[in-house]
Design a protein around this ligand. Sequence first.
Ligand SMILES: Cc1cc2nc3c(=O)[nH]c(=O)nc-3n(C[C@H](O)[C@H](O)[C@H](O)COP(=O)(O)OP(=O)(O)OC[C@H]3O[C@@H](n4cnc5c(N)ncnc54)[C@H](O)[C@@H]3O)c2cc1C
Length: 495
Amino acid sequence: MRSLWQERAETLGSDGFHARGHYDVVVAGAGITGLTTAVLLSRAGRSVALLEARRVGALTTGGTTGKVSLLQGTMLSRIRTHHGDKVLKAYVQGNLEGQKWLLRYLDDHRVPYQTRTAWTYAERGGALGPLEEEHAACAAAGLDARRGDAAELPFRTAGALRLEGQAQVDPMDVLAALASELRARGGALVQGIRLTGADTGRARRGGPIEVATDHGPLTADRIVLATGTTVLNRAGHFALLTPSRAFAAAFSGPERHEGFPQGMYLSLDTPSRSIRSVPPLPGHPEAHGADDGGPRLVVVGGAFRPGRAPTAALRTELLDWVRERFPGTTPTHVWAAQDYYPASAVPLVGALPGTGGRIHSATGFGKWGLANGVAAAISIAADILGGNIPWARELYHAGLSGRGAEEAASLNLGVVGRLAAGWAQALAAGKGRPPAGDCEVAGTKHHVSRVCTHLGGVLQWNEAERTWDCPLHGSRFSCEGMVVNGPAVKPLRRG
Ligand SMILES: Cc1cc2nc3c(=O)[nH]c(=O)nc-3n(C[C@H](O)[C@H](O)[C@H](O)COP(=O)(O)OP(=O)(O)OC[C@H]3O[C@@H](n4cnc5c(N)ncnc54)[C@H](O)[C@@H]3O)c2cc1C
C-alpha cells in the first residue's frame, strides 16, 4: 500500500555500509526529522551516517497529507490547556521556524510547493466548542486565524476557522532534495540497515558509543533517533505516547473535472477528515504505476489505534465518505500512516536520560510533524553543535516534564490490561500454547509467533494492510515477521 507520494518518488540509491566505521554522528531514520538533522550537521562539517531501516520516506513522512501548517486541528488549545500561554508561544515559534526553514529550503532547491489557506472546520454543531477554543489559542499565540465560511467544500459546515499563507508539499520531493544535499556534503545515506541498540553505558562514561545494527556494529560520538517512535527503551517514551493510525486515499476527478478544493481542510468531527488537492505534475509526465500525473484529491481520516480496530471496515468507510461527498471521483492510491500523540501534548525532543546527553531523540508530533520535525532537527543540531535556542528549551522541557503524568498513567494502566487480556485470550484459544499466526503472500505461507518483540504484546491481524499489529505500543510486522513500525527492532520468531 504505497502512498501517492511514494509511488511518484524516484528511487534513491544507498551508500555502502561500513561495519566498524566511526562517525561523528549516527542518525537513525530517513523521514523529515532524520534527514533535516543529518543535513544541518553535515553543513557544520560533522561526518554523518544516516541509517534507514527500510527506505527513505518509508513510514510517516512518506504517508503524510503534506500540509505545512500552523493551523493544526486542536493542537494549540490542547497545549494551552496543559501548559499555558508561555509554552504555547514557544510551540508556535518553533513551528514557525520549522515552516520557514522548510519553505526557504524548497525555494533554494527549486522544489515545488503550493501556498494555500488552511481551514479547520466543524461539519456538525458539536465540534463548534473545540473550534472556538482553537480560535482563542491562535489569538493568544499571535496567529491571525479568522472565522470564515468554507464555501468551497461541496457540503455544508457549521463553522470554520482559516489561516492564510500556509503551504502544502509532496513530502517525497522534500526528502529527495534533503537526501541529495546530505550526499553532496559527504554524508552517507545507508538504506536497509536497522539500528537495534546502543551502548548507553559507554555514552554516559565518554568515548565512542557502540551502535548495534542488523548488519554489524558502528561507533559514533553522538546518536540521533529520528525513528518515528523512539526505538531504545531508555527514556520509556513508548509509555508516554499513544500511537494513532489513519487511512488515506488519493482520487482522480470525474471526466469533466471542474477542479478540487484549493484550500487545505481538517474537520474536528468524529471521525475527522483531512482534505487537500494535488496539482497536476508539470507537463503530465509518463504515468507512474496507477498515477497518470493528473490532479488529485487527497483525503485522510478516521484515526484508530493499531491492533485495536477493524481496519477493512475503516478503509471502506473513508472511501464511501469520499464517494458521497465528491461524486465521480475514483481512488487511485489507498494507504495508511501512523504517528504518535504525547501524553504531555508537546513533542518529546532532546537527549535521553542516562546517556551523558549524547543520545538524542525526537517523537510525539501528533500528526503535525512536517514543521515540528524540522523544528526538532534545528534544536537537536543546536544541542550537538553547542547552540542555545530559547523556544526549544521552553518547549521541550515542558514535553519531558511531569505535566501529562496522569494521562500517561492511565495510558499505561490500559496497556497493562490489554497485555493481560491478550495473553489470556490467546492461551485459551491455543489450549495453552503461545500465540502464533499464519498468512500467505504470493502463494508462500508464513507461520510466525504473534508475540511482539518489544514488550510481549499479543499481535492482532490487520486485515486491510496484511500486517501483525501490536495493541500496546503500535509496533507492526509484515506477514513474514519483519519489523514495519517500531518501537520493536527485532523480527518475529518464525515457525
Ligand atoms: C495520516 C497522517 C497524516 C499526516 N499529515 C500531516 C500533515 O499534513 N502535516 C504535518 O505536518 N504532519 C502530518 N502528519 C505527521 C507527520 O507526517 C509526521 O509527524 C512526520 O512525518 C514524522 O516524521 P519523522 O521523520 O519523525 O518520522 P518518519 O517519517 O516515520 O521516519 C522515521 C524513519 O525511521 C525509520 N526507522 C524506524 N526504526 C528504525 C531503526 N531502528 N533504525 C533505522 N531506521 C529506523 C523508518 O523506516 C522511517 O523511515 C501526518 C501523520 C499521519 C499519520
